[in-house]
Design a protein around this ligand. Sequence first.
Ligand SMILES: [Zn+2]
Length: 402
Amino acid sequence: MKPDSAPEAVLDRIDADTMLREVQDWAAINTGTANIAGLDRMAGVLADAFATLPGEVELVDPAPVSAIASDGREFDKPHGRHMVLRVRPEAERRFVLTGHMDTVFPVDHSFQQVGWLDEQTLNGPGTADMKGGICVILHALRAFEATAGAARVGYDVMINSDEETGSLASRGLIEELARGKYAALTYEPSALPDGTLAHARGGTGNYSITIHGRSAHAGRNPHEGRNAIVAASDLVLRIAALAAEDITVNPAKIEGGSANNVVPDLAVVRFNIRPKSTEAMTRFDTQLDSVIATIAAERDVRIHRHGGVTRPPKPVDAKAQRLFDLVRDCGAELGQTIGWIPSGGVCDGNNIAACGVPVVDTMGVRGGAIHSPDEFMIVPSLKERAALSALVLAKLSTGDHL
Ligand SMILES: [Zn+2]
């Protein structure tokens, strides 16, 4: 008799038709990151779907997140709830599987419909990124639960509602769930439509720096004013100069100012950084503090710093590499050729790796053109990737691989 974790046995247990129907239904629900009503509906649908697995499903409130308005004021940004499933929390060896239910398409965006590009290719918002991936998690776990090894291990599933804007309202939850896990799998679509995985990733950070000067009459007493726009310009030039081989700095926007006859007392500078290493990330942080202190002193302005690195760089260490090798080997058993390439993008895999947990973060469907109305999912990859994950989980549940 074949073991229940043999590739053919795993494949037999995956129902491709149900998977396709679920992705079509889920993609029809708008879940732009700011569409709280849509996210709430989606969270309910997902909670029902994942309740078919063992364990407890919970909808977790988003952590509070603030942002800086163009007038320099800090305000609260609402987010949707996250779904968490905890299975066999008492098990010694546990995994974490993560996905996101939000998409980059707001509720008033023109791209809302699912349609066929050809017999095997579905076009629709979030089909690849990543309602297809969530469906892969669900069906991989169902197939995995039918193996004898499943009872020996446990896992958490987390589907957040805010990945596309940096997981600010789920970052703490991700870290909490990642801690102590043997391995993590994240279900972003493959890096290339042929199934190639994303390997090492850089990090990213977003900042809003608010500068408060002092207004004065441009003709009468300009020397009594403290020009926030001049200070902002100084700041922009200094942070741009911090770009190096291992980090990019992109000053993106200056807001504020006032009428031509007024010394402006407010400016907000927004910028993004992409550190390639942890060293570059921490170095920039220190340099930014010192630039801010210098400008505040030299120009007699008040400066408030908001934001920071949301996704630390994700190098691939030896343990993570062994997880990549395992995924490749499982692919080979299923007749799938799986390679990997470094990626310029970021995702929750960055945050999981920063917890010291080995992660492969592109276990989702094969597809492409994500974040555009041309987004597509290659339909046969639903079953293909669900089988791949089920097999990886079966291997990880016994012996020592990492
Ligand atoms: Zn995604």
